[in-house]
Design a protein around this ligand. Sequence first.
Ligand SMILES: Nc1ncnc2c1ncn2[C@@H]1O[C@H](COP(=O)(O)OP(=O)(O)OP(=O)(O)O)[C@@H](O)[C@H]1O
Ligand SMILES: [Mg+2]
Length: 274
Amino acid sequence: MSDNRSQANLASPDASGVGADPPIVELRNVGKHYGRITALKHVSFAIRKGEVVALVGDNGAGKSTLVNIIAGALAPSVGELLIEGEPMRFRSANEARQMGIETVYQDLALANDVPAWANLFLGREIKRRGPLGALGWLDKKAMIGAADEALGRTKIRIKSIEAKCGALSGGQRQAVAVARAINWGSRMLLMDEPTAALGVEQQHQVGVLIEAVREEGTPVLLVSHNLPQVMAVSDRILVLFHGHLVKELVTARTTTDEVIKWITGAGLVRQAAS
Ligand SMILES: Nc1ncnc2c1ncn2[C@@H]1O[C@H](COP(=O)(O)OP(=O)(O)OP(=O)(O)O)[C@@H](O)[C@H]1O
Ligand SMILES: [Mg+2]
């Protein structure tokens, strides 16, 4: 009974503190099969401007599959993905990126042997007009300026944006990956286990980064096994269990124990018994 009530609250615009704008991202009845394996089934949820939503679940629950569907890297087998109310069928991660949906993966996908600033522009270099008006030369000054500004927005300090990425700490590398994402990703930031390889202090820095992104109004979908961090940074928590979205929780109104119950499936057993 109380569960139903909290679900109803979640569905109303007031619960997230925002008005009636369409959600930035919405999934309707999304399913994904890999051959005979069902990785996701009937998954529906919406994420609105400025929200930090955590996606949790045991290994193999379907979290990365879900992120990859929003990121355009995987097509859903069934169901709909809507971006600001418009149904979308991304054919590639590039198409999603062009729509402002950026993803930070665990491996960060940075080039270690080029400067930090250049990592923000890999494959998307700013060109400037040559003497005959041809778009030929890389505009290094413009890129360094934009990189400096984006890194400033992450609030993590890097000794020099000329430093090669390979010489940075894990947390600083994370800042470069997030700066790259916020430099391009105006709509939505997806993070798939960004803290898995980081130390305690660096994990804290990722929390700072997420807060900085939220302040800009960009919603974040964060996949994490780190429950203290999930409790600290998220507004809502989505729990996947064997490919099903079994629970949506408002972080301020739940506890780590409750989240664990849903992750392990114990919450489902309790629900069935009541
Ligand atoms: N390319 C694939 N081919 C076949 N099965 C896959 C493929 N990718 C994922 N799966 C399966 O789909 C299910 C969901 O996997 P997914 O990677 O989304 O889980 P996850 O929640 O991200 O897990 P983890 O916490 O370990 O990263 C798993 O059963 C997995 O084995
Ligand atoms: Mg995963």
